[in-house]
Write a protein that binds this ligand. Structure first.
Ligand code: HEC
Ligand code: HEC
Ligand code: HEC
Ligand code: HEC
Ligand code: HEC
Ligand code: HEC
Ligand code: HEC
Length: 356
């Protein structure tokens, strides 16, 4: 009975897949030249529910020296994706397996649902293609329809946006990147600040010349620590699956390495020469007073966006507290004037306000 239903489903899928094949190029997983065992490459023993799960994927996308002969045709050589998941910081594909359900809708609405991320949450095995690795992945619901994902960030928002089961210390990345915020890193669209004086080329506030880059991706900051590794936010040796080092700690010496991620796009020379915020160097490198070493960008800036302030200002509550009058606030004074004031307390120094 069950087998019959599955065979029927399989037949229906083959039909829709052959319809697809008639109109466009066959996706590689359904191409017999590339996967000589066809559907059975993944649906071992008629397992149509999980198709062998993420372990099945790395039978081909894992260590090439362990690849079973005949599994891949056409002399193709695949990159080792499995190795990325052995790094310290990674998506929990192999740490929390078996939690994905083909019928689930994301973002999750049940606050008690366990968190997961399997290969098929991010890549549809029947449609994925080197030209579109999100092909066939359903995104947000629009009326009765779920539209296919076209932008990387839409994929991420399925689990890092409005999910009811976000772990306590994590924040809603969709809300932070909203282009209606006073400030945001320009992922969904161009940013609002026209005087980001530290920007290194090709990055620009607005795209004017063809080579200008004014919109960035989650992948510009999140991905492998090694540029030669396969692309994607699979795993990294840097915390938060970042492409470069970034320390969020307070009271530490500044160096090109400490904030390497930011210095990829923002000139360290410009920041430490106080070209925008007059007291950048004082805070980042430290003083002989309360703060012997410096403090992280993270103490004052959010890396994604701020729903309250311009300049990505969002103070780290572990370091910055309300001032003696109980006020914790940032106020800018005019746009692109590099003037503002802070009401807060930090390392025992009361700001009520301190102006720049
Ligand atoms: C590259 C591996 C792979 C190949 C090749 C593959 N499948 Fe799948 N298939 C999967 C995985 C993995 C799932 C589970 C998807 C999920 O849970 O979201 C699945 C799910 C299914 C399902 C369940 C319903 C659905 O669409 O989610 C059917 C039916 C199915 N596959 C049929 C086929 C047929 C027929 C073929 C050959 C034309 C085929 N598959 C080829 C990996 C594969
Ligand atoms: C039987 C071997 C095999 C299995 C199992 C398999 N793949 Fe593939 N995969 C391939 C081949 C071959 C290609 C095509 C590579 C090419 O055309 O360069 C491919 C392509 C891809 C691509 C696009 C790669 C690129 O270079 O951009 C992704 C993503 C992908 N597979 C993910 C998965 C996932 C997820 C699973 C498990 C559900 C899976 N694969 C299971 C063999 C396999
Ligand atoms: C299917 C769900 C899912 C999708 C889609 C997804 N993630 Fe995740 N992600 C997780 C889970 C689960 C974790 C483990 C921590 C948690 O529960 O949030 C995680 C962890 C992370 C972390 C590390 C957090 C830390 O504290 O170290 C980063 C960074 C991240 N994801 C970025 C992304 C980006 C960028 C995308 C889009 C390209 C994305 N994720 C898509 C589920 C997902
Ligand atoms: C300019 C660089 C940059 C961009 C772009 C960026 N991130 Fe991050 N992300 C960071 C840094 C730095 C951290 C660690 C510090 C922190 O938590 O803010 C981080 C932390 C995270 C975390 C773990 C902490 C948490 O609150 O969940 C997730 C998940 C995440 N980012 C997802 C995303 C997604 C999704 C996108 C794209 C929509 C994105 N990031 C774009 C730099 C970036
Ligand atoms: C959290 C989401 C997520 C998960 C989980 C995930 N991937 Fe990816 N993967 C991505 C993204 C995003 C890219 C880059 C897509 C792009 O920009 O074209 C990518 C890229 C790839 C590529 C192309 C790499 C290259 O350099 O050509 C392959 C192959 C791949 N993934 C396979 C897998 C396999 C196999 C698994 C499970 C073991 C997996 N992915 C798990 C999001 C994910
Ligand atoms: C003590 C708080 C504080 C710390 C720490 C801090 N900043 Fe800032 N930063 C500010 C303020 C305030 C502004 C807004 C200046 C203005 O009014 O335009 C600013 C503006 C900026 C700007 C936009 C203008 C420009 O220079 O391009 C960038 C980029 C920036 N900071 C990057 C960084 C980086 C990178 C670090 C860490 C290496 C860092 N900041 C550490 C407070 C801080
Ligand atoms: C991949 C390139 C890239 C990286 C990495 C990057 N930024 Fe940016 N950042 C930009 C771009 C592009 C803008 C311009 C947005 C605009 O014009 O509003 C910007 C703007 C800013 C602003 C000003 C935003 C505003 O609205 O005033 C601050 C502050 C900032 N970045 C801080 C950081 C910090 C801190 C880091 C490291 C955690 C970092 N950036 C990493 C590309 C990057």
């Amino acid at each position: 009975m069950l087998i019959q239903r599955l065979l029927l489903m399989a037949a229906m899928l083959s039909l829709s897949i052959s319809a697809l094949a008639a109109t466009s190029v066959t996706p590689p997983h359904l191409d017999r030249q590339k996967l000589p065992y066809g559907c059975g490459s993944c649906h071992v023993g008629f397992n149509f529910r999980t198709g062998a799960g993420s372990d099945g994927c790395v039978a081909c996308h894992g260590n090439p020296s362990k690849l079973a002969t005949g599994l891949i045709g056409g002399g193709l050589k695949l990159k080792d994706i499995e190795a990325e998941f052995k790094k310290t910081y990674r998506h929990p594909v192999f740490d929390a397996p078996g939690l994905h359900n083909g019928n689930e809708t994301l973002p999750e609405t049940d606050p008690r649902a366990p968190r997961h991320a399997e290969c098929v949450d991010c890549h549809n095995p029947h449609y994925v293609d080197p030209a579109n690795r999100f092909a066939g992945i359903k995104g947000k619901r629009v009326g009765n329809l779920t539209a296919d994902i076209t932008q990387e960030y839409e994929l991420c928002y399925k689990c890092h946006g409005d999910s009811a089961n976000l772990p306590g210390r994590y924040t809603n990345k969709r809300a932070e990147h909203s282009i209606n915020n006073p400030s945001f890193h320009p992922v969904e669209g161009e940013g609002k600040n026209l005087a980001v004086v530290s920007l290194l080329r090709p990055y620009k506030e607005k795209k004017v010349a063809p080579n200008d880059v004014s919109v960035i991706k989650c992948a510009d900051c999140h991905g492998s620590d090694n540029a030669a590794s396969p692309i994607g936010p699979h795993g990294s040796n840097f915390q938060y699956i970042l492409v470069d080092n970034y320390s969020t700690k307070d009271n530490q010496p500044e160096s090109p390495y400490t904030y390497a991620l930011c210095y990829r796009c923002h000139s360290r020379t410009s920041i430490l020469a106080n070209e925008s915020f007059k007291f950048h160097a004082k805070h980042i490198q430290g003083t002989n007073q309360g703060l012997a070493n410096g403090t992280s960008c993270y103490t004052c800036h959010n890396s994604h966006g701020s729903s309250d302030n311009r300049y990505l200002i969002k103070f780290n509550p572990a370091v910055v507290t309300p001032n003696a009058r109980g006020v914790l606030k940032f106020a800018e004074k005019g746009i692109s004037t590099f003037q503002g004031e802070c009401f807060l307390s930090c390392h025992g120094v009361d700001h009520d306000p301190k102006s720049y």
